[in-house]
Design a protein around this ligand. Sequence first.
Ligand code: 5GP
Length: 176
Amino acid sequence: MPEPDQSKLRVLLSAAMIHERIQALGAEIHAAYPEGPIYMIGILKGSWIFLADLVRAIPRHVRVEFIGISSYGKGKTSSGEVRLTKDIDASLEGKDVIVVEDIVDTGVTLTYLIQLLQQRRPRSIKVAALLDKPSRRLRPIQPNYCGFTVPDEFVVGYGLDFAEDYRNLPDICVVE
Ligand code: 5GP
């Protein structure tokens, strides 16, 4: 298989910028929860690298779970359909939960997921998103913890894909 054509990528956020911002987010989250473990639920697959770095920036007990949601097809455009493809194993009743998302775009995925997880009666539920693309929002949802606000461009890298490629780029790039 040929390597992806790097010339079509423009760095938007460098690995160093991402690292620095995540250290600050981790400290903010740690300070906001006075006691007990935090249940960090990563949405597959885009959030896995962000989640891995974020939990290491939080100096306390955290529990890590993954949930699978399919909201985008294999291209750049949304299928408009949200579906649970993998559920978590742990009970969330009475727990402090943070849903960890790579990017909030229309907000459809998160709105669906938050409604679903609320039914499991957590003590609190918040959202940490690495990226926020507010210009395309269709649902009134804002991440409680946000890494960066980005313009309306399609981004890849640091876990985010285009048709399953580019997840392993250390920087976040715009596909031109
Ligand atoms: P929403 O339901 O908020 O429209 O969509 C959120 C999901 O769409 C994200 O978790 C991500 O999978 C995908 N998405 C939205 N914008 C982008 C983007 O710029 N790049 C990539 N790779 N995925 C995106």
